[in-house]
Design a protein around this ligand. Structure first.
Ligand code: AMP
Ligand code: MG
Length: 363
């Protein structure tokens, strides 16, 4: 049997948070709240240091959507109504993009038995954006991967069950993004047993749209943090970059950073094995899946971070480059203007693209 061995020797990974995506969210809310606090403290500590009183956010709200802790921090206005609009929009996106919520656009598509389904403009927009990256990556990213995702459970309270090889083989036979058809406002799955999962890209897209709301409402200095993926809007009020921390894979805590990136009008997005996984018999099974085999990608990488102006691109690319691996992933990044990457392998070795601007932490 093929297994996903990402070094059984990585230290200190027992505590890492679980998943973000099924309906089993309530038992984990308390853990998530603790993580929420840790995340807020982390960013306060990292970003502002001794000048916190001067440069801290004037308005900030934390919520829980998409099985993820989300914080929006406004630095040049205390206008709570902007936060109201941001959180209303996120609730709306959850109601249409969730794969597990009955009646959402994606749920409707996945359960339509191959019939056309009318969906919202936002859903069409996001699926189109995702399909571009599916094509560019020649299917390394494949948003029709839902049948495979369904067979795994990487949540903290997971039963640690490895799906049968035959089940995975059957599931991957339905994975083919070229069978997703869009006509007008309708989406059709040519293979009725296929299914769409936007987990690799939705959070980046939502960050971009929240940024639009923030800017439209006159705020030009903000941080949008979706589960550790951060989009910096403008600069800090003093004109300096925000500092965004990147976690050390399997580090001791959320405070254990490997690098810090100076960011203004920039998104910093990471895909990592440590974000959602279980360990069984010394083997780590994680949530980034090979669309050809259905097993977790096994290429020696533990983490891929992307810098890009557009968070949708950054999110799609973090997952895409993870699946492509070090060589092909870096090749893709170097072919794209204004996008940079850092990859970390299971020995902790860091590889950076030519324009990567992160610095070691502590520097
Ligand atoms: P991210 O954390 O952005 O790397 O996204 C990972 C999520 O994307 C997983 O939890 C799955 O929902 C989904 N996913 C996993 N593997 C793939 C893949 N090869 N193509 C598209 N989506 C994937
Ligand atoms: Mg991604």
């Amino acid at each position: 049997m093929k297994t996903a061995v990402l070094s059984g020797t990585v230290p200190g990974h027992g505590h890492i948070r679980g998943g973000r995506e099924t309906g089993k969210r309530y038992p984990r809310v308390r853990i998530q709240l603790l993580q929420m606090l840790a995340a807020v403290m982390l960013f306060a500590a990292v970003m502002t240091g001794p000048a916190r009183a001067v440069t801290g956010p004037l308005a900030e709200r934390t919520g829980f959507f998409f099985d993820t802790v989300i914080t929006v921090s406004l630095y040049d206005t205390g206008d709570e109504s902007i936060l109201d609009k941001c959180f209303e929009k996120m609730a709306y996106y959850e109601s249409i993009f969730s794969r597990t919520r009955e009646g959402s656009d994606i749920w409707n598509i996945d359960h339509a038995g191959g019939k056309p389904v009318a969906v919202s403009e936002d859903t069409i927009d996001l699926i189109r954006r995702a399909l571009e990256w599916c094509e560019i990556s020649d299917g390394a990213l494949d948003i029709s991967i839902a049948p495979v995702v369904d067979l795994w459970d990487f949540h903290e309270d997971s039963q640690k069950e490895i799906p049968a090889q035959e089940a995975l083989a059957e599931a991957v036979s339905h994975v083919d993004y070229t069978g997703i058809r869009i006509e007008g406002d309708e989406v059709t799955l040519e293979d009725p047993q296929a299914g769409i999962d936007l987990g690799a890209i939705a959070k980046g897209y939502i960050s971009d749209r929240v940024r639009d709301i923030v800017i439209e409402n006159g705020c030009s200095s903000a941080l949008i943090n979706l589960g550790g993926n951060v989009l910096a809007v403008g600069t800090k009020p003093d004109g300096k970059d925000f500092n965004i921390g990147i976690r050390r894979p399997f580090g001791e805590s959320a405070y254990d950073l490997i690098q810090v990136v100076g960011a203004s009008d920039l998104s910093v997005i990471t895909s990592g094995t440590y974000e959602r996984y279980f360990e069984k018999d010394g083997v780590i099974y994680h949530h980034i899946l090979d669309p050809d085999t259905g097993y977790p990608v096994e290429n020696g990488l533990t983490s891929v971070s992307i810098l890009s102006e557009d968070a949708t691109d950054g999110d799609a690319l973090s997952t895409t480059c993870f699946v492509l691996g070090l060589e092909k992933g870096m090749e893709l990044i170097e072919s794209l203007d204004g996008i940079e990457a850092m990859m970390i392998d299971e020995d902790g070795k860091i590889y950076s693209s030519s324009g990567w601007t992160g610095r070691d932490y502590p520097g």
